[in-house]
Design a protein around this ligand. Structure first.
Ligand code: NAP
Length: 401
C-alpha cells in the first residue's frame, strides 16, 4: 500500500495512494459511497488509468460502536496515524452530553490547524442574493487558537475567582464577581503557519486576492497581531508573488501578482452580501472564521453542496460541511455534492486538479440539466434523482467528457 508523504508543507503523492475513508453516520454511508464513485471515475478518466486511489475503510461513529463497541477504536487511530489522509462522512455528536466528538479527536490527532471551506455559486441553485454568480470565495479558518482553545471558567469557580483576584492585585483591573471568564489567545506561530498555507494555496491556484479578516481595531494584541503576523509572512516569504494594498496606493494590481489586503470583520459581513466579488481567499482567526464560513455558505443557498477540509502540515481530513441529516438516512434522498466537494479539495491538495475540474464541469452540467437531488429539485420545481442515481449521472457526464 502506497502512502502519501508530507515534507515541508508539500504532499508527495504516489500514483496509487491509499486513502482512508470513514462512512459516517446518518446519510454518511450513502453520500460517501456516491462521492467515492464520482472521484474514482474522474481519476480514471483524467489519467487514463495511470493513477488510482486505493480506498481503505476505517470505522468510527455508529458503525464502529456496533462492530467494536467503541466509537473511535484504537485500530482506526493507528490507521489514521499511518495514512494521514481521510475522506470522512458526517459523524453525529450529542449536544451537551454523551461521547466526545470524533471529528475533533481526529483534528487534534493530526494537528489539522486549518479549516478550509470553498464557497462557489452553482448556476441554477436558488440563492438569497441578486447576483449569486459573483460568489467564489475560499475561507481559511485557523482551527487551534483563539477563544476556541477552551480556556474558560464558570463565574463562581475557583479558577475564575483566582483570575479576578490576580487581575485586581497585579494589573489593577476590577472584574465583577458575577463574571465568567474566557481567555482569547492568538499566537504568532499558529497565525503564521495558516497564513503560509493560505498564501501557498492562493499562489498555486492563481487566485487574485487574500484578505486578512480581523477585529484588530478593538482587540489589538490578538486580532490586530493576527493581521500584523499574517502580513509578515506575506511580505517576507512571498515577496516576489504578492503586492499589498498599501503598496499599490490606488494603482491597479500588476499582472500576475496576488493582492493581499485586510478588512475589519464586521464590515466584511455586510460586504460579502453587498459585493461578494470583492472577496476571494479569506484568512481568518478561529472565531471570525467560524461565523464567516456559515454566512458565506448561506450566500449560495444550499448547505448540501458545500464541502470542506481540515489540513495540517502532516495530513488532511476532507468532508461535507453539513451533518448527518438523520431524517434522510437510508432513504437515498441526500445530496452527495457536499461530500464530493470535500473530496475535490482532497484531489487539489494531492495535485490531481484535472480530476477535480472534470467533477466541477459534471456538477455544473447536472444542475443546468436539472438532474438534481430533492433538496434542489424542490426549489427548481422539477422531479428529483436519488443519491445513487445522481452520482451515476455525474459519473456518466465525466465518462463522456
Ligand atoms: P444537518 O445534519 O446538517 O442537517 C440539517 C438539515 O440540512 C437537514 O435536515 C436537511 O434540511 C439539510 N441537509 C443537510 N445535508 C443535506 C444533504 N446532504 N442533502 C439534503 N439535505 C441536507 O444538521 P443537524 O441536524 O444540526 O445535525 C445532525 C448531526 O450531524 C448532529 O449530531 C451533529 O453533531 C452532526 N454534525 C456533524 C458534522 C460533521 O461530521 N462534520 C457537521 C455538522 C453536524 P431539510 O430538512 O431542509 O431538507
Amino acid at each position: 500500500m502506497a502512502k502519501i508523504k508530507f515534507q515541508n508543507g508539500k504532499w508527495d503523492v504516489p500514483s496509487n495512494p491509499t486513502i482512508l475513508y470513514i462512512e459516517g453516520d446518518g446519510i454518511g454511508p450513502e453520500i460517501t459511497r456516491a462521492a467515492m464513485k464520482v472521484i474514482d471515475t474522474a481519476v480514471r478518466v483524467a489519467y487514463s488509468g495511470s493513477r488510482q486511489i486505493e480506498w481503505k475503510e476505517v470505522l468510527a461513529g455508529d458503525k464502529a460502536n456496533q462492530e467494536k463497541g467503541d466509537r473511535f477504536p484504537q485500530e482506526t487511530k493507528d490507521a489514521i496515524e499511518e495514512y494521514r489522509v481521510i475522506l470522512k462522512g458526517p459523524l453525529q455528536t450529542p449536544i451537551g452530553k454523551g461521547w466526545k466528538s470524533v471529528n475533533v479527536a481526529i483534528r487534534l490527532m493530526l494537528d489539522l490547524y486549518a479549516n478550509i471551506r470553498p464557497v462557489r455559486y452553482i448556476n441554477g441553485i436558488e440563492s438569497p442574493l441578486k447576483n449569486p454568480e459573483k460568489v467564489d470565495m475560499i475561507i481559511f479558518r485557523e482551527n487551534t487558537d483563539d477563544l476556541y482553545r477552551g480556556i474558560e471558567y464558570i463565574y463562581d469557580s475557583n479558577e475564575a475567582k483566582m483570575i479576578r483576584q490576580f487581575m485586581k492585585d497585579k494589573l489593577n483591573v476590577e472584574i465583577e464577581e458575577d463574571t465568567g471568564i474566557g481567555i482569547k489567545v492568538i499566537s504568532r506561530a499558529k497565525t503564521q503557519r495558516i497564513t503560509r498555507l493560505a498564501m501557498r494555496y492562493a499562489v498555486e491556484k492563481k487566485r487574485k486576492k487574500v484578505t486578512i479578516m480581523h477585529k484588530g481595531n478593538v482587540m489589538k494584541y490578538t486580532e490586530g497581531a493576527f493581521r500584523e503576523w499574517a502580513y509578515e509572512v506575506a511580505k517576507n516569504e512571498f515577496a516576489d508573488r504578492i503586492v499589498t494594498e498599501d503598496a499599490l496606493q490606488g494603482n491597479p494590481v500588476p499582472t500576475g501578482k496576488l493582492l493581499v489586503n485586510d478588512r475589519i470583520a464586521d464590515n466584511m459581513f455586510q460586504q460579502i452580501i453587498t459585493r461578494p466579488e470583492s472577496y476571494d481567499v479569506i484568512l481568518a482567526p478561529n472565531l471570525n472564521g467560524d461565523y464567516i464560513s456559515d454566512a458565506a455558505g448561506a450566500l449560495i443557498g444550499d448547505i448540501g453542496v458545500l464541502g470542506g477540509a481540515n489540513i495540517g502540515d502532516l495530513g488532511g481530513m476532507f468532508e461535507a460541511v453539513h451533518g448527518t441529516a438523520p431524517k434522510y438516512a437510508g432513504k437515498n434522498l441526500a445530496n452527495p455534492t457536499g461530500m464530493i466537494r470535500g473530496a475535490q479539495l482532497m484531489l487539489e491538495f494531492m495535485g490531481w486538479k484535472e480530476a477535480s475540474q472534470l467533477i466541477d464541469r459534471a456538477i455544473d452540467r447536472s444542475i443546468a440539466d436539472k438532474k438534481v437531488t430533492q433538496d434542489l429539485a424542490r426549489y427548481m420545481g422539477v422531479g428529483y434523482l436519488g443519491t445513487k442515481e445522481y452520482a451515476d449521472v455525474l459519473a456518466q457526464y465525466i465518462a463522456s467528457s
